[in-house]
Each structure stands twice: as C-alpha cells, then as structure tokens.
Write a protein that binds this ligand. Structure first.
Ligand code: RP5
Length: 175
C-alpha cells in the first residue's frame, strides 16, 4: 500500500489517467515511485469528460509543487497532450492498450505532438518506464535519488547477466 500524500509528504509527481479502467496499468507507475520513496498524487481526469477539471489540475500543478506529470490514456488519448499544453512541467504519456486498435491509436495520438508542445512517450502500457523516467528527471536535483537510480541500474544489469546461466541451464539440461 502506497503512502498517501500529505502536507509533510507533498507530491512531486502527478499520475493522471483518463478513466479508472486505466488503473491496472497506471498503478505500476505508483508502485515504482513508491519503491523510490517519491511522493505522488493519483487522479482520474479525462480530457474529454472533465476538460475543466484538467485545466484546473494542469494550470495549478507547478504552484502545488509538482515536478513531473505522468498521464496514461487509451483510445483517442488526448490527456497527455492537453495536459502538456497547459503546463511547462515535463509530461510523460503512457499509451494504454485496448482491444479495438491494440493501443496503437493511443500511441500515435500521444507521440505525434505538434512542434513546441512535447510529450515524452513510453511504450504501450509501459507505466513502469514512465515512472522510471520521472525518477531520472527528479534525480537531476537530488543526490540520494541519483544514487538510488544508479543502484537500480546495477541491479537490473546483474539480473540480466544471470540470464546467460539460466538459458544455458535450460538448454543443456535437455540435451
Ligand atoms: C480513455 O478512454 C481512457 O483513458 C480509457 O483508456 C478509455 C476508455 O475509458 P472507459 O470507457 O473505460 O471509461 O479516455
């Protein structure tokens, strides 16, 4: 269970999603941020169903102390782009898979932003990478966080090296 943000634990990252149906994917971003001890807030706000709420959220984000916004949406995924239009905070978009067009609709909608209003886009459903990118952005101004992300990279490198042994074990055990 993640720690709820409070005055003492002010959120640095805002996680947005277009609908609660995105939560199963977007909770992965929350888990990663929690692992790195980063306070975040999480909200369902839709660029289409609640556009006024989105304007209020994005235009007040800097004043509320947020440093990065992660926005996940599926289908006609305007949430990350519209958010980016209303704040200069870095916005990281997560295209969400759906069964109709396999998330490619969301991917194209998020990645093809017009010049001047960038959205960093991760792979379809890759909310973990969105959170890791947010951690890396925050690490630029936090030595402990930089140490933590470097340690994380060491761990995944180690896990990757172990894979040689694992596949060889499988291969030679069968022959
Ligand atoms: C998008 O429409 C949401 O981000 C979600 O991925 C998709 C479907 O929303 P629901 O119909 O499940 O609420 O805006």
């Amino acid at each position: 269970m993640a720690k709820e943000p409070s005055a003492k634990n002010a959120p640095l990252v805002g996680i947005l999603m277009g609908s609660d149906s995105d939560f199963d994917i977007m909770k992965e971003a929350a888990i990663v941020l929690d692992e790195f001890g980063i306070a975040f807030e999480i909200s369902v706000i839709s660029a289409h169903r609640t556009p006024q709420d989105l304007e209020e959220y994005a235009s007040s984000a800097i004043g509320r102390g947020l440093k990065v916004i992660i926005a996940g949406a599926g289908g006609a995924a305007h949430l990350p782009g519209v958010t980016a239009a209303m704040t200069v905070l870095p916005v990281i978009g997560v295209p969400i898979f759906n069964s109709k067009l396999s998330g490619q609709d969301a991917l194209f909608a998020i990645v093809q932003m017009p010049a001047g209003i960038p959205v960093a886009t991760v792979g379809i459903d890759n909310a973990r990478n969105a959170a890791l990118l947010a951690v890396q952005i925050l690490a630029l101004s936090s030595e402990p966080l930089m140490a933590a992300i470097l340690e994380f990279r060491k761990k995944i490198a180690e896990a990757s090296r172990l894979k040689t042994g694992k596949i060889r074990e499988k291969l030679y055990a069968k022959s």
